[in-house]
Ligand binder design. Structure first.
Ligand SMILES: [Zn+2]
Length: 131
């Protein structure tokens, strides 16, 4: 039985996506210890946080955050989902901005970016900050 769009949407998890889990594992292997779901300020809760080095990482879900490659505009409740997306995207921009103002290094990656080189690139930016 086919799922309706909204059922489908509700099944898209906004946290702990495969990409995020992969990144967590890669960091763990590199002995880079982070905090997850750590609240920084103004209720900003990046997916991965290195408190000591002021590094915040967000792994954005393609559907929830409007990935240019994968976002699919729902066919039903378009107004509701459109508004939801708009709020998410605006919040992302605002939070990134706020964190940067407070001296954080912010790294945002898309859920679909799970290739090894992307993880490596991500790792490289930590190391330069951590050394
Ligand atoms: Zn995507």
């Amino acid at each position: 039985m086919a799922l309706t769009r909204s059922q489908n949407m509700s099944r898209i998890r906004s946290t702990n996506t495969r990409a995020e889990i992969r990144l967590r594992q890669a960091l763990w292997q590199k002995k880079l210890r982070y905090r997850s779901n750590f609240k920084i300020e103004n209720n900003i809760r990046p997916d991965i946080v290195f408190t000591k080095h002021k590094l915040a990482i967000f792994v954005d879900g393609c559907q929830w955050h409007g990935c240019p490659k994968h976002y699919v505009r729902p066919r039903t409740n378009t107004e509701f989902w459109g508004e939801k997306l708009k709020i998410n995207v605006e919040r992302d921009i605002l939070q990134t901005h706020q964190l940067k103002l407070s001296g954080w290094l912010v790294y945002r990656m898309w859920e679909h970016e799970r290739q090894k080189n992307k993880d490596a690139k991500c790792m490289a930016s930590f190391s330069s900050r951590c050394d």
